[in-house]
Design a protein around this ligand. Structure first.
Ligand SMILES: [Zn+2]
Length: 90
């Protein structure tokens, strides 16, 4: 199977970014639709980084540098949360 490491990194960082966003800026809708929209939007901002993997293998410890660095992913998730908050589709 083919895995996008950017997606794993985004899902890994997402809870932390969400918490930080809520503390700094305010409440965010966390319904499934909004969460999916944020993940999808973030992945559109970030360059994909695909790897082939055995089916069922769990990829952990993604190398953030390969996908722009942790700070870049953090920033893009924040940006996506803001966009989705302003135009919720739920
Ligand atoms: Zn929502």
């Amino acid at each position: 199977m083919v895995i996008n490491c950017a997606e794993i990194a985004v899902r890994e960082l997402f809870p932390e970014v969400l918490k930080s966003y809520q503390q700094r800026i305010g409440p965010v809708c966390t319904c499934q639709r909004c969460l999916d929209d944020v993940i999808a939007l973030t992945l559109n901002y970030l360059p994909p980084h695909y790897v082939a993997s055995e089916k069922g293998t769990i990829i952990t410890g993604v190398d953030y540098q390969q996908i722009g660095g942790r700070t870049e992913i953090f920033t893009q998730i924040c940006h996506a949360i803001r966009v989705v908050s302003e135009n919720p589709r739920h």
